[in-house]
Ligand binder design. Structure first.
Ligand SMILES: Cc1cc2nc3c(=O)[nH]c(=O)nc-3n(C[C@H](O)[C@H](O)[C@H](O)COP(=O)(O)OP(=O)(O)OC[C@H]3O[C@@H](n4cnc5c(N)ncnc54)[C@H](O)[C@@H]3O)c2cc1C
Ligand code: FES
Length: 249
């Protein structure tokens, strides 16, 4: 991992609060694996302080793609970046990434959390594994990555809480076709991850966590989660991917 300079190739609004930032990585893209993230500088000043963490949603040649929701000042500033501008980013970060073990993989993304799984989905496909994806959100406008899923040709099912897209309900309502021979990987809101952990006891379940982060490299302890066996773990340093059995959400 290192402090890098990227160049903005495209910064595009997709749907609702979701944007896609595409950057030229000047050779870093080939190092990036599913589960990796970068700490991106959103402002050249102290307003707001610190960098923001974003999963790499896709790699295309030398390009890195970041799907991001505009939720606060940092991401609002990110959305103002123009083509040709430079940005600083630290990474790729994440020591423990997804395991590819198992022949059949179910990937479950809640809202923009799907961006934490998309590169992993491509890796699995390249390895010849069977990949199913469940993509859930509160409303249709929270499913801005549907076009990416369609373009990539993955088998996927969609659900929304209000039924405005796909099936009406929660991702946990769509699990009946999957027995414990499937390896399940999930990324999204903590409530969703908790519900999956309860419902999928006995499954191989890996969770990519997105705790708030300040430093991204193990120093500030801002991102700790409780381990079921050994005190606390830093998501940025010991993760971001954990076996559901080892983390107490
Ligand atoms: C490893 C990792 C990967 C991530 N990948 C992505 C990604 O691919 N796309 C994406 O859109 N976001 C991702 N996030 C979340 C992203 O970092 C935050 O949304 C971003 O930092 C918000 O910055 P802001 O200045 O706009 O919001 P702030 O002003 O800092 O916060 C605005 C609101 O968002 C909430 N918030 C901020 N950070 C988080 C968080 N991590 N989890 C839940 N709520 C939060 C705050 O509590 C507040 O309510 C990731 C986070 C981590 C740790
Ligand atoms: S973000 Fe600082 S220790 Fe993880």
């Amino acid at each position: 991992m290192q402090d890098l300079h990227f160049e903005v190739i495209k910064n595009q609004h997709l749907l609702g609060s979701l944007w896609l930032l595409r950057v030229r990585s000047f050779g870093t893209a080939e190092l990036v694996r599913g589960g990796h993230f970068f700490m991106i500088e959103v402002s050249g000043t102290y307003d707001p302080m610190g960098r923001r963490a974003f999963a790499v949603g896709d790699v295309r040649g030398d390009e890195l793609w970041f799907f991001y929701d505009v939720v606060g000042r940092g991401t609002a500033l990110l959305s103002e970046l123009k083509v040709g501008e430079g940005i600083r980013a630290f990474g790729p970060l994440g020591k423990r990434l997804f395991s590819h073990e198992g022949d059949r993989h179910l990937l479950i993304g809640g809202g923009v959390g799907l961006a934490g799984l998309t590169l992993f989905a491509k890796e699995l496909r390249d390895l010849g594994k069977e990949v199913h994806i469940i993509y859930g959100g509160r409303r249709a406008e929270h499913l801005g990555m549907l076009d990416w899923l369609k373009e990539e040709g993955f088998y996927f099912r969609v659900c929304t809480e209000d039924g405005s897209a796909g099936e009406k309900g929660l991702v946990t309502d769509l699990l009946t076709d999957y027995d414990p021979s499937w390896t399940v990987s999930a990324c999204g809101p903590k409530g969703m991850l908790k519900a999956l952990t309860r419902k999928l006891e006995g499954y191989r379940l890996q969770l990519s966590l997105e705790e708030r982060m300040a430093c991204g490299w193990g120093v500030c302890l801002g991102c700790v989660v409780r381990s079921r066996t050994r005190g606390f773990m830093r998501v940025c340093w010991e993760g971001p991917v954990f076996d559901a059995k080892e983390v107490a959400l």
